[in-house]
Design a protein around this ligand. Structure first.
Ligand SMILES: N[C@@H](CCC(=O)N[C@@H](CS)C(=O)NCC(=O)O)C(=O)O
Length: 312
């Protein structure tokens, strides 16, 4: 595990020492947008952009779901990193379900970051949307990428899909996203990487409080906001689907499993049953990545056999 400092790769874990044992997520660095306007710096064009993802990563997973729901597989090709994130960070390999980098034959994802910005300093994360024309990273923030994939590429989408962020629901979606991001999506990481008991207790308490709230919120509802799937559901799904298999054990989020929440479990199954969503889930990469990469919390790197789940 490491990061780039002035374009040079260095070993670096997550710094919790300066935050009383708390894991603090960094801000994404590349925040440009692909637009429908043909005169924009990054206009939507088929084949021009490439998405770099990990099938293990819940943030990257969001983008794969919207890409599949919209039928953008041909317009936006994808590279899939190896699930093991080792000393060189994310790497490309010819492992099962991996897709190497055809543009530069890169061995590691950090090579792309340096191509985009030779003096880049920061963590090297997925997802990444790469622009072949300018030879740069357009954006590496999944929340932004979801919005782009939702509308900007409509001219090249092979499937009709309703707006996942409709104007009349934005306020509600933003409110749900804010809580789900802090206490659930990032909440599991705050619990898993906490380096003091107090920081762990705080994160786990907030996480299960939020899950209890979601369980109540889903009473009489199929979706988090409104009458149809929205980006809020996709953002929650990628954490829920990993929960019982990884976060419960590896990140010590073990007060309950999703299986123990009747409505959340039914909701998770409803989402998983959507073919374009279910087909993006890869438990082999998910379990392999977390258990083998985070040696600070699982020194042996052993990937557990279970649990036995309906999805696995
Ligand atoms: N805010 C970013 C977070 C992305 C992120 O943290 N990705 C993780 C994988 S799950 C990563 O690439 N981590 C590499 C590292 O920690 O060095 C987003 O939502 O896109």
């Amino acid at each position: 595990m490491g990061k780039l400092v002035d374009g040079i790769w260095q070993q670096a874990g997550y710094d919790t020492d300066n935050n009383e044992g708390r894991f603090v997520r960094w801000d994404s660095s590349f925040r440009d947008s692909v637009e429908t306007d043909p005169d924009a710096r990054y206009p939507a064009e088929p084949g021009r952009y490439r998405l770099y993802v990990s099938l293990a990563c819940p943030w990257a997973h969001r983008t794969l779901i919207v890409r599949a729901l919209k039928g953008l597989e041909e317009a936006i090709p994808v590279s899939i990193v190896d699930p093991y994130m080792g000393e060189q960070g994310w790497s490309f390999s010819d492992g099962r379900d991996c897709i190497p980098d055809p543009l530069f034959g890169a061995r590691h994802l950090h090579e792309l970051y340096v191509r985009a910005k030779p003096d880049y300093s920061g963590r090297v994360t997925v997802p990444v949307l790469w622009d072949r024309r300018h030879g740069s990273i357009v954006n590496n923030e999944s929340a932004d990428l979801l919005r782009m994939l939702n509308r900007a590429f409509d001219a090249y989408a092979n499937r009709d899909l309703h707006d996942l962020y409709p104007a009349e629901r934005r306020e509600q979606i933003d409110a749900v996203n804010a809580r789900v991001y802090d206490q659930v999506n990032n909440g599991v990481y705050k619990a898993g990487f906490a380096s003091t008991q107090a920081a762990y207790d705080e994160a786990v308490g907030e996480l299960f409080c939020a899950l209890d709230w979601l369980e109540t919120h889903l009473k009489g509802r199929d979706w988090l906001v409104g009458e149809q799937l929205s980006e809020a559901d996709i953002r929650l799904f990628t954490t829920l689907i990993r929960f019982d298999a990884v976060y419960h054990g590896h990140f010590k989020c073990n007060l309950r499993r999703i299986k123990d929440y009747a409505r959340l479990e039914a909701y998770l199954e409803r989402l998983y049953a959507i073919p374009q969503i279910g087909s993006t889930v890869n438990f082999r990469h998910i379990k392999q990545h977390y258990y083998s990469s985070h040696r600070q919390i699982n020194p042996s790197g052993i990937v557990p056999a279970g649990p036995i789940l309906p999805f696995l």
